[in-house]
Design a protein around this ligand. Structure first.
Ligand SMILES: [Zn+2]
Ligand SMILES: [Zn+2]
Length: 376
């Protein structure tokens, strides 16, 4: 994302007259899309004559801008959702240079009875985002998959609009270059024992990172959608795929069909399928479903489609994004307790056996969702 302010004056693309007017179709792209600049015109006559030259660029920039806005929206919604699934009992957060030290007390049943995420410990939004994203790429993939797909996959109804509809949807597992975590996690068991730096981090272990990969219909270009790179000190969400791989990726470990990441985890780590982990996953699923529902309801109440929302002019888009963010935050807060109960039902179903995990998940999800009016 470009950090420099877009130019306010230039020269007409056709006759070279100095002017402050520019093409309204792609004006938002400057400042949002890398390398995008405004296309200036002295007036409608020159703009009309030049359209055959500018059309391709203009449409590419419009579609790409929409995708970047979609990425921004998804990341904001992920950050609204994440405090409800970040099972952690935070005691203290300190910033030292480029490292954030997080001190937490591990009681052993955090996933069973997670404390509310201590948002009050954060005065800086970037520090908060970094901690919320720490080791959370898999969670983001599970939580945000459906919303990402529903926002980006709708058909374009009006051929004159160039929205971020995508027709390639993949889940990619990566080994990142320079993937040094910005967060150092210090645990202690029980109130009186000392904090200890989490061993794997102390030994510099490398974690696999996972991101979405989508192909923008209008341009056939592939993009990474990385909702959790704040854990590595990065705050951009949509990145052209080639650039992403060239600059940030050591190796691509696997490219998987949409919706298969959880299966991959379940197969690779059957030992992780413990009661508390399943309960935790269920809470994530419930909360994600609740977010999907809130977004759909907000859109229906306002008379927007998701496509129309991300295609709005930048200033209106920012305004609407703030509204939907507040609406989702309130809605999730209202059902926070219910999400926990939803998982507790699972714990109570003592008779069920481990091999029956899938059917129990379905049962629990159904009960929990019906309580808030979501039909599954
Ligand atoms: Zn001109
Ligand atoms: Zn244009």
């Amino acid at each position: 994302m470009s950090s420099s302010a877009p130019d306010t004056e230039g020269h007409c693309a056709l006759c070279s007259e100095p002017t402050t007017k520019s093409c309204g179709g792609c004006v938002d792209a400057a400042g949002i899309v890398d390398d995008a600049t405004k296309t200036f015109y002295c007036g409608p006559a020159c703009q009309k004559t030049d359209w055959k030259n500018h059309k391709t660029t203009c449409n590419r920039l419009k579609a790409t801008t929409t995708l970047y806005q979609a990425g921004k929206l998804l990341r904001r919604l992920w950050l609204v959702l994440r405090p409800h699934t970040a099972a952690s009992d935070l005691d203290k957060v300190t910033v030292e240079g480029d490292k954030i030290k997080v001190f937490e007390t591990v009681s052993g049943d955090d996933y069973v009875h997670p404390k509310p995420f201590a948002l009050s410990l954060f005065s800086d939004d970037k520090v908060k985002e970094t901690v919320l994203s720490h080791m959370a790429c898999g969670d983001a993939m599970m939580s945000m998959r459906k919303l990402t797909h529903s926002i980006l996959s709708k058909r374009v109804l009006d051929k004159s609009t160039f929205l971020a509809t995508c027709d390639g949807f993949e889940e990619v597992v990566l080994d990142l270059k320079n993937a040094q975590m910005k967060v150092l996690l210090f645990n202690r068991k029980g109130k009186h024992s000392r904090y200890r730096l989490l061993d794997e981090l102390a030994n510099g272990a490398i974690y696999q990172h996972c991101v979405f990969r989508v192909k923008l219909n209008a341009t056939k270009d592939w993009f990474a959608i990385d909702l959790t790179n704040a854990q590595y000190g990065l705050f951009d969400t949509v990145i052209p795929w080639e650039e992403y791989v060239r600059e940030r990726v050591k190796s691509v470990l696997s490219t998987n069909p949409w919706g298969t990441y959880n299966d991959h985890v379940a197969t690779a780590m059957p030992h992780a399928y413990t009661e508390s982990n399943v309960r935790y996953e269920d809470m994530i699923n419930f909360t994600a479903k609740r977010l999907d529902y809130l977004v759909e309801k907000w859109l229906a109440d306002k008379g927007f489609t998701a496509n129309e929302l991300i295609g709005l002019k930048a200033s209106t888009f920012e305004e609407k994004m703030a509204e939907i963010e507040a609406y989702a935050a309130n809605g999730l807060a209202e059902t926070h307790e219910l999400a926990k109960e939803c998982g507790d039902l699972l714990i109570m179903s003592q008779h069920a056996r481990r091999h029956d995990v899938k059917s129990r998940l379905l049962m629990v999800r159904k009960v929990g969702c019906e309580q808030v009016g979501i039909h599954v």
